[in-house]
Design a protein around this ligand. Structure first.
Ligand SMILES: Cc1ncc(COP(=O)(O)O)c(C=O)c1O
Length: 464
């Protein structure tokens, strides 16, 4: 449980499980003045969403998120890797206001719009050759759906191979290739047919930190799958997060990504990289796949692309989307001009301020400081990541690497008590993820690590 005022449950709101009654307009106004948006939410908002915090949030400024009590928190969660330029960014806010004054929506099926066209150009330029053609949608899951549909239609093959522990989204297609938690699949079967899951080269958890062993093991399992369950000639696509996000911030070894690319090339299989969490500069490269020197056939993008405005995209070489065929896919809201205007401001700011280099440099500082903490506290089993996508794995015992889920959950709230927002992830929910804004400073990195260390110190070892 949280400790701040946000725990206050209004007298008008029943405890969990009990029937909830409607609030009167006067009660809603009173709760709004008190900043208790949680209480206003309870009667009519779906309980389906799990929430990291029971806090009510008011506004954001730069790298600080404020709750409705006016307390500021250093935001290293960034709306789950989305507000990568922080809150109320002047260029992004201005671009949104200017476009809102001009035109909110027409649907791109009706014709052509300047911000949409310009962002497509910037996105294509930000991708390596031959990736030059953009299809816009609204979200990460929609980008995944688009990629899967394109792969099946263009190859004429049914098979999709995905990796265990992956998270690709909540729609049926995306859920069918997601396995970071059973809860995302349970009760939804039958999921998409002809989907096959194969082990991810999880270096820390299954291969004793040995990247080459992880590559060999995961490639071996994939070849076994192709030899026994579905022939390569029936596989449309293999989809991978170059660094698993929700699954625990697990980077795929570069050697694995290269071998995967080669296997796809040998067999006419499309390689889809899900860069929804890793993309747009977060990992110290524009795209995480660049680390391995490969180029996928399809890149899926969303989250940070418009710094919090809903926007997703896939980028491929032109020939693939020509083969996909006019009308084979579409969207009403996708590539909304206000979101695209925000996206242009994001792409320009990243280039003008050299923020990819900043992500690499500040990320190295973050890892160094967290590793120093790990040297003093054996509850930390591993510190890993790329750029400003850094995970801290909490364990009960460094030798057995037994995951410490309870510690991670308690620590998350203790960090917030200290004034730092981070998130947990991992198939065992025992990895703390640091996702700072990519324009973060050295001083903010140092502050965050101090707050994290104070939160860890505040928890007795018996909590572990
Ligand atoms: C790697 C990855 N792919 C896809 C998604 C789905 O994106 P969205 O929530 O925008 O549908 C997410 C969301 O967390 C993600 O991390």
């Amino acid at each position: 449980m949280d400790t701040a005022k946000d725990q206050v449950v209004s007298a008008a709101v029943a405890p969990a499980g009990a029937p909830v009654r409607d609030l009167t307009p006067a009660e809603i106004d009173a709760l709004a003045v008190a900043g208790d948006f949680a209480a206003i939410s309870k009667p009519h908002m779906s309980p389906i969403l799990g929430r990291y915090y029971e806090r009510s949030w008011s506004h954001g400024e730069g790298h600080t998120l404020y709750d409705s009590d006016g307390r500021g928190f250093l935001d290293f969660a960034c709306g789950i890797a989305t507000t990568s330029l922080g809150h109320h960014h002047p260029a992004v806010t201005q671009a949104i206001k200017d476009q809102a004054d001009k035109l909110l929506h027409i649907c791109n099926a009706l014709g052509y719009l300047e911000p949409v066209a310009r962002l497509a150009t910037l996105l294509a330029d930000a991708c390596p050759d031959p990736l030059d053609t953009v299809f816009f949608c609204n979200s990460g899951a929609e980008a995944i759906e688009s990629a899967l549909k394109l792969a099946r239609r263009v190859t004429g093959r049914p098979g999709i191979i995905a990796f265990r522990g992956a998270f690709h989204g909540r729609t049926f297609g995306a859920a069918s290739i997601t396995s970071s938690s059973l809860n995302y699949r349970l009760g939804y079967e039958p999921l998409l047919p002809s989907v096959y899951l194969t082990p991810f080269p999880n270096v820390y958890r299954y291969f004793g930190d040995d990247e080459e062993a992880a590559t060999a093991g995961a490639m071996g399992a994939l070849r076994t799958l192709l030899g026994h369950e579905i022939p390569a000639s029936s596989v449309a696509a293999i989809i991978i997060e170059p660094i698993q996000g929700e699954g625990g911030f697990n980077p795929a070894p570069a050697s694995f990504l290269r071998q995967l690319r080669a296997l796809c090339d040998e067999n006419g299989i499309m390689l889809i990289c899900d860069e929804v969490q890793t993309g747009v500069g977060r990992t110290g490269k524009m795209w995480a796949f660049e680390e391995a020197g490969i180029v996928p056939d399809v890149v899926c993008v969303a989250k940070a692309l418009a710094n919090g405005m809903p926007l997703g995209a896939i980028v491929t070489r032109r020939e693939l989307q020509e083969k996909w065929g006019v009308g084979a896919h579409g969207t009403t809201f996708g590539g909304n001009p206000v979101s695209c205007a925000a996206g242009i401001a994001v792409m320009k700011t990243i280039a003008e301020q050299d923020l990819i280099a900043n992500a690499a440099a500040r990320g190295a500082e973050l890892q160094t400081a967290l590793k120093a903490l790990m040297a003093k506290d054996d509850r930390i089993g591993d510190v890993r990541g790329r750029g400003l996508m850094v995970g801290v794995e909490l364990v009960k015992d460094r030798t057995t690497r037994d995951p410490d889920t309870d510690l991670c959950e308690t620590l998350l709230l203790a960090c917030a008590d200290q004034g730092l927002l981070v998130l947990n992830c991992g198939t065992h929910h025992n990895v703390m993820r640091f996702l700072p804004p990519i324009d973060v400073t050295t001083e903010e990195i140092a502050t965050a690590v101090e707050l994290f260390a104070a939160a860890l110190r505040s928890l007795p070892r018996s909590a572990a």
